[in-house]
Design a protein around this ligand. Structure first.
Ligand code: LLP
Length: 419
């Protein structure tokens, strides 16, 4: 945690006081921590021709996006929904890149009409579709080809994206064909390369291997008459979820690697970090509903669940869990579980932590990325509230969903549906 001043305080706010007005569970984000991370990355990239386009999927809360906009950060989007969020929060269309393997023609049309900066293209079919859509609007779309470098990022299989068997990107041979056939795509200007090999990457080497391939390929393309104006190096920088286990890549070393690898490239380097900018800035605050003595272990049943924070259920991810009350006595082992009716609804197994009581508050750390943005209404649980904290001030930047909001859009079909 970057801006955690002692137990229970985040960015100058006492989290225990918040619960008197905001029911648990809720997410809280530290604006100072986000600024700190943005600043560290911007400083590391100092002097480079680089643009940071924040990966909205990590945390698309409008207040987070507005903070990014104010810091001069663009957006990396993967859907029309993310585009509308980014635009609504004040990120200029000209600072938005559109990634993703399944963009529909309709989404491309919306993005072109809005004037997004560029598209990262991942298949021939997508290239054809972009050509058609751009021709219909009589515009020329700027595009980069996403390369699959077949590099093992050494991360969880579900978030590894740069191996040949993954659905992402194309081979350099295929990309070369597209460049040589670019006359067939008069409404698409292919002038960029893109690579993203995975997320929560903790070593520099896979990044370096992927970037070296892309840098060499850009030079080859330029030599054969296809100048490359931008290279998008994706996101992927890991963070420390578990002390003593995760050792993140130092951002200065990452930037130095980019500088060295792309020393001969004179276009723009685009970065799409998500997790690095927001993960450690966020916490999920939950309350112990009860303690249940199981046959062989004690369960700490909390009021947050896998629908609020999916990462432990989906990736067996480790999140630090810190009780905000001091009960004294030694540590005990708990399985920390939510109320959802699945065994996977487990935040921690046999976790050694201070003894708790029903009603106690727990802080689940490093939940600012891929927390609220991946939440769902499973078990008809309302979407959790989100708060922004900043140097002693706080605001509810998303209130907890009401029942009416949860069912808005559903219909009983009572006019014709009979039993
Ligand atoms: N660019 C592209 C094309 C991506 O697919 C992603 C993430 C990013 C950038 C941002 O990556 P980051 O800097 O955050 O590592 N839900 C998973 C992570 C999925 C990442 C998907 N793509 C988790 O909770 O670990």
């Amino acid at each position: 945690m970057v801006i955690m001043e002692g137990k229970g305080r985040l960015d100058g706010v006492d989290l225990r006081e918040l619960v008197s007005t905001v029911p648990t569970p809720f997410y809280a984000y530290s604006a100072s921590a986000i600024r700190h991370r943005v600043g560290a990355l911007q400083t590391a990239l100092g002097g480079m021709n680089a643009r940071i386009c924040y990966a909205v999927k990590a945390n698309g809360n409008l207040a987070v996006l507005r903070l990014m906009a104010g810091l001069g950060i663009g957006a990396d989007i993967v859907s029309a929904g993310e585009m509308h969020r980014a635009l609504h929060a004040g990120i200029p269309a000209g600072n938005i890149v559109f990634s993703g393997v399944g963009k529909t023609a309709d989404e491309m049309a919306q993005a072109l009409a809005a004037g997004v900066w560029r598209f990262n293209i991942e298949s021939r079919d997508e290239l054809h579709t972009l050509q058609t859509v751009a021709a219909e609007q009589d515009v020329v779309a700027l595009a980069a080809v996403r390369i699959n470098p077949d590099v093992d990022a050494g991360t969880h299989a579900k978030i590894s994206t740069g191996k040949a068997e993954n659905k992402f990107g194309v081979t350099m041979d295929e990309a070369r064909d597209w460049f040589s056939q670019s006359d067939a795509f008069p409404n698409v200007r292919l002038d960029g390369l893109h690579v993203h090999i995975g997320s929560q990457i903790l070593t520099l080497q896979p990044f370096r291997l992927a970037m070296q391939q892309v840098a060499a390929f850009a030079a080859q393309l330029a030599a054969s008459g296809h100048p490359i104006n931008s290279i998008d190096v994706g996101g992927g920088l890991g963070v420390r979820y578990r002390h003593g286990h995760d050792v993140p890549v130092c951002v200065n070393e990452y930037a130095a690697m980019l500088r060295a690898t792309f020393a001969d490239f004179d276009g723009t380097i685009v970065l799409e970090p998500g997790r690095y900018l927001v993960a450690e800035a966020g916490v999920l605050i939950t309350r112990v509903v009860r303690i249940k003595a199981g046959a062989s272990r004690e369960f700490l049943v909390v009021d947050a669940a896998m629908n609020d924070l999916q990462r432990p259920a989906l990736y067996d991810a480790w999140h630090e869990i810190i009780p905000l009350h001091d009960r004294g006595g030694g540590d005990v082992r708990y399985d920390v579980v939510g109320p959802v009716c699945e065994t996977g609804d487990t935040f921690a197994v046999q976790r050694s932590m201070p003894r708790c009581q029903a009603g106690d508050l727990l802080l689940i750390a490093n939940a600012g990325a891929y927390g609220a943005s991946m939440s769902s209404n499973y078990n008809s649980r309302p979407l959790t509230a989100e708060l922004m904290l900043d140097r002693g001030r706080h605001a509810v930047v998303r209130r907890r969903q009401s029942f009416e909001e949860m069912v808005a859009g559903e219909s009983l079909a009572a006019e014709w549906l009979t039993a």
